[in-house]
Design a protein around this ligand. Structure first.
Ligand code: ADP
Length: 600
């Protein structure tokens, strides 16, 4: 019984399309070979097939056209087994006489009916089979050279057997070289595509450090035909962290000191700007004077403990900084690392270094944003609690003040009562504003919208402030330029926004001045303009106008009472409604506040 036939396991031949070899020069060498077998070896037909995965694929054929189709048929490698079982071995060539075949052979075989049709035991018969078995240096089947129909009409004699053996040896070399070249061509292509994929996997704008580390595993092992990856990130002030993964993506637990090995190797590789191949067996890279032998020994011991044969190691880094370490591993039966692969890996180290720097910066930024958010939540919560707590005693004070209203007081006591009244009213305004501000700036409290008419709101709010304006001797002009000014919004909030802007305009304009409010539609926007020819606001003040508790530095404006919360409330309301607010002002000349809101 012949040994079972096993195809070549490496060079990813399965991925080569049947009959399609990317390196066409390899094909033409094989074609020349079969043609010379036909011409010089005196056979009608010669075919050369190679083992791709578990298939026998014909790469070259020479002979009459009528047999080409049968010669090109793709058969499983196993069709050779019964032939080799029964055939007479002449070295690489095996001869199966048709009279010795007691059953139909599986697979597609050429049957040459032509020929001189001689008689006698050495006459070639149509169903005779003569195949040369081509093997690699480890004795694994890599191809078959078959010949058929000798022009002499006779089965090969000793001299022809010698010639056939020579052909088979040449074909074997040619096939092996072609495999090697093909495998190299593919590995170059794979390494390049791995680099592209790694870039894509590591560059999404929002990728976290962990996401980058886990995204790149698959493109790396597939692109490099590696049996696993080991990648760790380490940076200033951070513990090294990362993972080793098998080809399928499962985490491989490494001993604790592995991190240290990765750390040290990474730093040295970045300094030297090179890649390093560490093999457990003898090889050109096993001794490397750039690296301390004990460290390499530790790395080799690690490989051995994981039943691995070699690793290709590079550093991840950016600028002067080494940011991590990457190793791709292979087993004993895998090919050795080519120069193209080492240089691709080196570049990947740079690409990943950049990705890690970006991911780190992003992580720091996220952290900071989280902290700020927490701080902001705390502040909102504090304001809310305080204002609530102050509301109850304020209600008690104002209730009692109201009762004092009906009591006849001494003139001096009356002055005290009025002072308390003013203070309480002011405090109530602050508390109300604070509560509203906390409410509208709460991210979890979205605005409840319904259709509302801005024209109506403008008219109502204007009517409300009119008496104050008139009492101050101001002229109040209201212009509603379009009929359809409807938006989707919260009516009370829109009223509050308008009333804050209008009452400011009235408050900060001197007797005899003019306050104008104008509402119109501009394309998809409702535009509200509240302007006055009052005190105006300095450039420096304008930049901080919408921040909570900001009050101007202008002494004329400071004479008016205020909380510094009105414009902060305006700004939040406008934002919640998807709009914008802007101010244009000159000190001493007046101000214009413009609010744009999207139409319904
Ligand atoms: P306040 O309660 O102090 O009015 P606001 O937030 O409403 O608080 O306004 C902040 C500051 O902006 C005010 O202190 C004032 O100096 C200035 N300001 C607002 N509106 C006007 C305006 N129409 N003219 C001049 N200054 C204004």
């Amino acid at each position: 019984m012949a040994e079972p036939l096993v195809g070549r396991p490496y060079g990813a031949p399965e991925s080569i399309g049947h009959g399609a070899w990317s390196d066409s020069s390899a094909r033409s060498v094989l074609q020349l070979m079969v043609e010379s077998v036909v011409e010089l070896g005196d056979f009608l037909v010669a075919t050369l097939s190679v083992v791709l995965g578990d298939k026998l694929v014909t790469m070259a054929y020479a002979g009459p056209e009528e047999f080409r189709k049968a010669a090109m048929a793709v058969d499983p490698v196993t069709v050779l087994e019964p032939v080799l079982d029964q055939a007479e071995s002449w070295g690489r060539f095996h001869f199966l006489a048709s009279e010795d075949t007691d059953f139909d052979l599986p697979g597609t075989w050429i049957e040459t009916a032509s020929g001189p049709g001689l008689a006698g035991p050495d006459a070639w018969r149509a169903r005779d089979v003569l195949i040369g078995v081509l093997k690699d240096e480890d004795g694994r089947l890599c191809g078959v050279l078959s010949v058929d129909s000798p022009t002499s009409g006779r089965r090969p004699d000793t001299q022809q057997k010698h010639l056939l053996e020579r052909y088979a040896a040449q074909a074997e070399r040619a096939v092996l070289t072609a495999f090697e070249r093909e495998s190299l061509v593919q590995r170059v292509a794979h390494a390049e595509s791995a680099r592209r994929l790694v870039r894509a996997a590591s560059m999404p704008a929002q990728a976290s450090l962990d996401a980058v580390l886990s995204n790149i595993h698959q493109p790396l092992v597939e692109g490099f035909g590696a049996s696993g990856s080991w990648i760790q990130a380490h940076g200033p002030g951070t513990e090294p962290h990362g993972y080793a993964r098998s080809r399928g993506g499962e985490i491989v637990l490494l001993p604790h000191h592995a991190q240290e090995i990765g750390h040290q190797l990474g730093a040295m590789l970045w300094k030297e700007q090179r890649a390093l191949v560490i093999t457990t067996g003898p090889g050109p890279f096993t001794r490397d004077h750039d690296f301390p032998e004990p460290l390499l020994d530790e790395a080799r011991a690690l490989l051995l403990s994981l039943d691995l044969h070699s690793m290709l190691a590079v550093a991840l880094g950016a600028g002067p900084e080494c940011l991590g370490f990457l190793a791709l591993t292979r087993r004993a039966q895998d090919p050795s690392w080519s120069e193209v692969e080492t240089s691709s890996a080196l570049e990947i180290g740079h690409d990943l270094g950049a990705a890690l720097t970006a991911a780190r910066a992003l992580e720091r930024e996220r952290h900071l944003v989280d902290e700020l958010q927490q701080l902001d939540d705390y502040r909102t919560h504090l304001i809310e609690t305080l204002s609530h707590e102050m509301r109850t005693p304020l209600t008690v004070i104002s209730g009692n003040l109201e009762m004092l209203q009906d009591v006849e007081l001494e003139p001096e006591a009356e002055r005290f009562r009025e002072a308390i009244n003013r203070g309480t009213t002011r405090m109530q305004r602050v508390v109300d504003d604070l509560l509203l501000l906390a409410q509208i700036s709460h991210p979890q409290q979205p605005v409840e919208r319904s259709p509302l008419d801005v024209a109506l709101a403008v008219r109502e709010v204007s009517a409300f402030v009119e008496s104050t304006a008139l009492a101050k001797g101001l002229s109040l002009q209201v212009e509603v330029c379009d009929d359809d000014l409807s938006i989707l919004g919260h009516a009370a909030e829109i009223d509050r926004m308008l009333s804050n802007l209008l009452s400011n305009a009235v408050k900060y304009t001197r007797r005899g001045g003019t306050v104008r409010v104008r509402a119109e539609r501009h394309d998809d926007l409702v535009v509200l303009e509240v302007s006055d020819d009052g005190l105006g606001i300095s450039r420096a003040d304008q930049s901080r106008l919408f921040t909570s508790f900001f009050r101007t530095t202008n002494p004329d404006a400071l004479r008016e009472s205020g909380t510094g919360l009105g414009l902060a409330i305006v700004s939040h309301i406008v934002q919640r409604h998807g709009g914008t607010v802007e101010v244009a002002s000159r000190l001493g000349e007046g101000s214009t506040f413009t609010v744009c809101l999207p139409v319904r």
